[in-house]
Design a protein around this ligand. Structure first.
Ligand SMILES: Cc1cc2nc3c(=O)[nH]c(=O)nc-3n(C[C@H](O)[C@H](O)[C@H](O)COP(=O)(O)O)c2cc1C
Length: 327
């Protein structure tokens, strides 16, 4: 079966996408990911200027979750230009440029700096939980702030579609998505990490991460990601595409988040746990599931849960006395 998906005019050979921050920012690592079956890649978050990350230790993992506070390190725009430029010369799969900033103006300036490299999409990281001390709360926690960033990036992004990366750590992700949609967002990536969380070393009685707290990812967050995708799909009535991300490890996980409303599926923490060929493995597992279930069009799965719910909730037609049905 053909797993390809076309989003806003860009065709992905399959729905699996490397999530931001997972395989560095080098053209060679992105090519490796593409060779191992990814349908598209997302860069690590790119800043306008070089940005230092947090001190080690920055990551701790168990089989259920990963806690990270890498602090979004970035070697700066020269390095980004070099690596993205190299990748784009012979681009094996579409490239999504993830951008981050500490002010609305710098989100726009970063998009302007990256635009000449011709990424297929911008992904705007308004939701990183690890850089709070620099700009208070993430932009994704306030509808007006999220909308202001969306509007500013849209103003300079030309024809390049803009996806807003949302946070699960809010009262209503639907309200934030709605504000971004009204400000011109072309789509969403749902979700960034959950939390923040903390892990304590029993011997030293100290937090394990040098930053004390970090964002949670991996298998344990999948139900939160599925619910958030369903909420965003619901509020936008399925009109804007979503990259569903968070705890996706298997083909069945990918199908589940597509039923919630995702058109593409971001894979992050699973790369470390299942290996870099996790993309090909997930595609094989999706193929097998679709064959067994008689599904011939992968796009028919997108938002399938919502259609099923509305069919089941539709008023039943009661038989009239004459035996004919009436609504
Ligand atoms: C080590 C690590 C680094 C990350 N760096 C970024 C980043 O630079 N920008 C970003 O938008 N998300 C970043 N993320 C979040 C992931 O892209 C993804 O949204 C999140 O981990 C949930 O997906 P997962 O459970 O498949 O990992 C990072 C996640 C991890 C684990």
């Amino acid at each position: 079966m053909n797993l390809s998906q076309t989003l806003l005019g860009v065709t992905f050979a399959n729905p699996t996408i490397l999530a931001s921050g997972i395989m560095g920012i080098t053209a060679s690592s992105w090519r490796l990911v593409a060779e191992n079956g990814a349908g598209g890649i997302t860069t690590k978050s790119l800043w306008l200027k070089e940005h230092k990350g947090h001190n080690n230790p920055t990551i701790i993992s168990t089989e259920h979750w990963t806690l990270n506070a890498v602090g979004v390190p970035d070697a700066g725009p020269e390095k980004a230009r070099e690596e993205i430029g190299d990748f784009m010369k012979k681009k094996p799969v579409p490239l999504i440029a993830n951008i981050i900033a500490e002010s609305v103006e710098n989100f726009a300036a970063t998009a302007e700096a990256i635009l000449p490299l011709k990424p297929d999409f911008f992904e705007v990281n308004i939701s990183c939980p690890n850089v709070e001390d620099e700009f208070g709360k993430p932009f994704a926690c306030s509808a007006p702030a999220a909308a202001a960033v969306t509007k500013a990036v849209k103003k300079v992004s030309g024809k390049t579609p803009v996806l807003i990366k949302l946070s699960p750590n809010v009262d209503s992700i639907a309200a934030i998505a709605d504000a971004c949609a009204s400000a011109g967002a072309d789509g969403f990536t749902v979700i960034n990490t959950v939390g923040p969380g903390m892990a304590i070393d029993l011997r030293s009685r100290m937090p394990i991460l040098a930053n004390k707290v970090g964002g949670l990812s991996g298998p344990g967050i999948k139900p939160i990601a599925v619910k958030c995708v369903a909420d965003v799909f619901g509020v936008t009535k399925g009109a804007l595409p979503i990259i569903g991300t968070g705890g996706i490890y298997t083909g069945e996980d990918a199908i589940e988040i597509m039923l919630a409303g995702a058109s593409l599926v971001g894979i992050g923490t699973a790369v470390g746990d299942r290996g870099v060929d996790v993309f090909a493995k997930i595609c094989d597992e999706m193929q097998l599931w679709c064959t067994n279930e008689g599904v011939d069009e992968i796009s028919s799965l997108v938002g399938g849960m919502h259609r099923e719910l509305s069919q089941r909730n539709a008023p039943t037609r009661k038989p009239s006395r004459s035996g004919r049905t009436r609504s």
